[in-house]
Every structure is written in C-alpha cells, then in structure tokens.
Design a protein around this ligand. Structure first.
Ligand SMILES: [Ca+2]
Ligand SMILES: [Ca+2]
Length: 267
C-alpha cells in the first residue's frame, strides 16, 4: 500500500513537472536591472512601430554587449512569442551569431507555443551554449524575423519575450582555475510596447473631394468648408486639414492652393 502511494505521488509530481515545463505562459519580459547596470545587453527592435493592416515589418534580435571581464558568454537564449491571429511570419533569417559554428545552437526555429492568453501563439526559439571553456566574445545579430500584419487586425500588437525566454550566462573561474558558467546581469532593449496597428487611411491629404486629384476644386471645397458653407464627411475633414492642427481654415486652403500650383510637393 505504502509502495503504491509512493508510486502515485511520483507520478503526480512528474505530471506537474511536465505541465509546467511545456506550458510556458506568455508574459511581457521584465528587466531585472537597468541598462547601465547590465553586463550583457540584448536588443529586439522592430524597424517600424506605426503599422497598418497588411504592412510588413522586420524584428532584429541581437546581442549588443558582452560581460566586461572579456571572457565572453557561456550561454544565451531568446524566445519571442507572437499571435498568429495578428501576424503571419514571412521569413526567419539567421544572423552571424546564430550561424557561428563555435556554439552549439538551437534554432532559431518557429514553433507552436502553448501560451494561454493568445488564440494562436507561436514562438521563435533560439539558444546558444558553449559551456564555459572556450567561451568567446560574441556580438551581433542573432536572427531577423519579418512579419506581415493580418488584413483583419487592428489595435496594439502583443509581442512577448517571456521572463524565462531571455537569458545569458557569463564565465568565471573557480578556485582550481576551471571555467564555470556565472550569472550575469542582462538587459533587453525593445520597442515592442510601441507597436500599433492603426486603421487603413482612406483619404489622401489635400484631395478634399476624393476624386484622386488635388486641384482648384479641392481648394474651393476647403475654402467653403472653412467658411461653414459646406459640410464635409469625416474623411473629407481629415483630407482638408492638411496641416493637421484639427481645424480647417485659411491656412489649409492656402497650402492646398500652393500644392495644386506645384509650389509645394507635400503637406
Ligand atoms: Ca480632388
Ligand atoms: Ca488645419
């Protein structure tokens, strides 16, 4: 009976361990030190943050700074979680860090992620290890991933590196002079919290009557609107307010006139 209980307990423990090791919950990465205190700096930067449905953008993930002791990194990993209901991955390219043959490397690979807050989560997983002996300074791009914003998506993009999905190990020597993996303070720089997908613009600045051309008709329409003689639709108002100060007045009329006379080429 006691033996049976022990086996059951061990089985339950195994099940719990398995559950937690597989079921990685997506969460925003929280830096545990400041950039100034960091010995290792990672960056994960999107090349654009103001996006429209259908736009593509590229995220570059890199190791920017190694520990100051000059012994390099013994290990590093980075995991990026995205939501397939928001984005489709177009390409995933290895950078020089990921192709460096001196490291034993995993990925980068695009995999399903069991993250419960996304409808359809995927993750790009990358890790590199070299143990400690033979560690070396390594900086540069790990990978670049290009994404396309889904046509039906609008709002804030959720793009996560979860807490245990970014780490770095340094090197130090024990009392016998053997290299061992040491904890290092690392910092992740990212502009992911600025990623936004706005509505597709359905107007062209200056083309008040929305006929595809900017000419004297638009000047007249903006003038009449500024005098309250004509009511514009919301999109026409946005098109007429060429200096984007929230008001349609003589300044906008003049700018549209100058544009229509080719005296200016943009608003
Ligand atoms: Ca027009
Ligand atoms: Ca204006």
């Amino acid at each position: 009976m006691v033996k049976k209980l022990k086996i059951v307990t061990i089985l339950i423990l195994c099940a719990v361990l398995l559950f937690f090791s597989n079921n990685v919950l997506a969460a925003e990465f929280v830096n545990k030190c400041t950039e100034e205190e960091a010995e290792v700096i990672f960056s994960a930067m999107a090349d654009k943050t103001d996006l429209k449905p259908g736009d593509t953008f590229t995220v570059t993930v890199s190791i920017d700074t190694n520990p100051a002791n000059g012994l390099g990194l013994a290990s590093a990993d980075y995991r990026l979680v995205y939501d397939e209901t928001q984005l489709t991955m177009v390409s995933l390219e290895n950078g020089p860090v990921a192709t460096d043959k001196r490291w034993s490397m995993g990925g980068p690979a695009d995999e399903l992620a069991l993250a419960n807050e996304f409808e359809n989560a995927r993750q790009i997983v990358w890790y590199g290890v070299n143990g400690g002996s033979g560690a070396f300074e390594i900086t540069g791009t790990i990978f670049t991933a290009t994404f396309r914003v889904n046509d039906d998506f609008e709002g804030d993009l959720t793009f996560y590196t979860h807490d245990n999905g970014c780490s770095a190990g340094g090197v130090e020597f024990d009392e016998l002079g053997r290299p061992t993996t040491a904890a290092v303070k690392f910092y992740l720089k990212s502009n992911f919290d600025e990623l936004k997908v706005g509505e597709e613009e359905k107007y062209t600045l200056g083309d008040v009557n929305q006929d595809g051309d900017i000419n004297i008709r638009d000047v007249r329409m903006a003038l009449e609107a500024s005098l309250g003689k004509v009511q514009l639709t919301e999109e026409q108002k946005l098109a007429a307010d060429v200096n984007k100060d929230g008001d349609i007045n003589i300044r906008d009329v003049r700018l549209i006139l100058e544009y229509s006379l080719n005296k200016i080429t943009e608003f």
